[in-house]
Ligand binder design. Structure first.
Ligand code: PMP
Length: 394
């Protein structure tokens, strides 16, 4: 039977990691894979995570199954973190999932169950895994304009024009903050216009939030999600704890379905649990327990927030340093957008050949669409990158 299988296309980011590893140059720079790295190039275990793990080790008495939706403590804590008091708890159905990817996948499956004809509108570009999962599930996608490579910002007029095609029952996938791969984000006025468009069309927003706390702060990064959840009749929110808790391999995420009509909650909750059951039964618990331990303890929570703030400010500082270095070397303001972008990524907006030149001539590895992981830099490598960008004629 296995002879019927065809090779799957290689993952471009993983291939880039391999090429980086094989490159003997000592001054090579890895701006590829999306994990946070501190100035020493390490992806550390956060202090509060270590403390929470120690507490769990000391206090946990069983590893028996939790529930199909995961531990309710985790859901409550995450709903508080993401939604604040934008909606009341009884408006939210939620299930723990393996990572943000699991939440995204379950959201797509729920959409397909609820409305098999739904089309999902996705930003151009978006996180490639969105497209790959949608294709695998056979869900029709429509892309909307998003990034303007001439300004490095959002093509908001183009986006709104494309959202003009929305029909009732369609879904619009939006990045809650820190857009991956571009780094360009909507402001709150633009979010309000998007909400009005969706409401007018009867379309459902689905928000993927994988970088809360990496942009402008925990509450600031959740402002758009909270606005949407409190304004529309129904929405879906896929949250990841991989980045902001630094627990990538623990596979920790939460899918939330928010409805103004509270009567729909029980059935929605039941369907979310059903989907968990079909796909993997009980969701992983260790990462979820770390997160709920941190969020429900004042001391651990304060320590986590302080460390997350250091992470955020480190990336912001690198952005500002890179933009000003490029301003100095190029004598133009055209790279200012790098300081305005938020999160771990920025799309430089250059041609694939120029990305290739950066790799061949300077040992700088970024994804082919010119997405850079800003956290792959430090204050010593920023000037090297800036010089290489100018030398490559970008
Ligand atoms: N959504 C987006 C936009 C992402 O960038 C990521 C991480 N690369 C995820 C979801 C999911 O991450 P994970 O499954 O590792 O939690």
């Amino acid at each position: 039977m296995f002879e019927n299988l065809k090779d799957q296309p290689a993952d471009k980011i993983l291939a880039l990691m391999e090429a980086y590893k094989a490159d003997p140059r000592e001054d090579k720079i890895d701006l590829g894979v999306g994990v946070y790295k501190n100035p020493e190039g390490i992806t550390p275990v956060m202090r509060a995570v270590k403390s929470a793990e120690q507490r769990i080790w000391e206090e946990q008495e069983t590893k028996a199954y939790t529930g199909l939706a995961g531990d309710p403590m985790f859901a409550d804590a995450m709903i508080g973190l993401v939604l604040g008091d934008a909606v009341s708890r009884d408006q939210v159905s939620a299930v723990a999932t393996p990572g943000g990817t699991g939440a995204v996948r379950q959201a797509f499956e729920l959409i397909r169950m609820a409305n098999p004809g739904a089309r999902i509108f996705v930003s151009d570009p978006t996180w490639p895994n969105h497209l790959s999962i949608l294709k695998y599930l056979g869900i029709e996608t429509v892309s909307y304009r998003y990034f303007d490579s001439s300004t490095g910002g959002v093509d908001f007029a183009g986006m709104m024009e494309d959202l003009g095609q929305l029909k009732a029952g369609d879904v619009v996938l939006l990045h809650g903050c820190c857009h991956n791969p571009t780094g360009a984000n909507l402001n709150l006025t633009e979010w309000k216009a998007v909400v009005a468009r969706l409401t007018e069309a009867g379309a459902l927003p689905m928000i993927d939030i994988a970088y809360q706390g990496f942009g402008d702060g925990l509450d600031e990064d959740a402002a758009a999600v909270r606005l949407v959840a409190s304004s529309v009749p129904e929405c879906l929110i896929a949250a990841s704890c991989s980045k902001n808790f630094g627990i990538y391999r623990e596979r920790t995420g939460l899918l939330m379905a928010v409805a103004q009509d509270r009567g729909l909650g029980r059935t929605t909750q039941g369907n979310l649990a059903f989907l968990n059951r079909q796909n993997y039964s009980f969701p992983p618990d260790h990462g979820a327990r770390i997160v709920s331990t941190i969020l429900t303890d004042d001391g651990l929570r304060a320590d986590w927030q302080a460390e997350l703030e250091d992470v955020r400010l480190n990336m912001l500082g690198l952005r500002e340093q890179l933009a000003s270095e490029l301003q100095r070397l190029s004598g133009s303001d055209r790279f200012h957008f790098l300081a305005q972008h938020r999160g771990m990524f920025s799309r430089l907006g250059c041609a694939p050949e120029q990305v290739e030149t950066l790799r061949k001539d300077h040992g700088i590895y970024m994804v082919g669409d010119s997405r850079m992981n800003i956290a792959g830099l430090n204050s010593t490598t920023v000037p090297l990158l800036a010089r290489a960008i100018v030398d490559a004629g970008i």
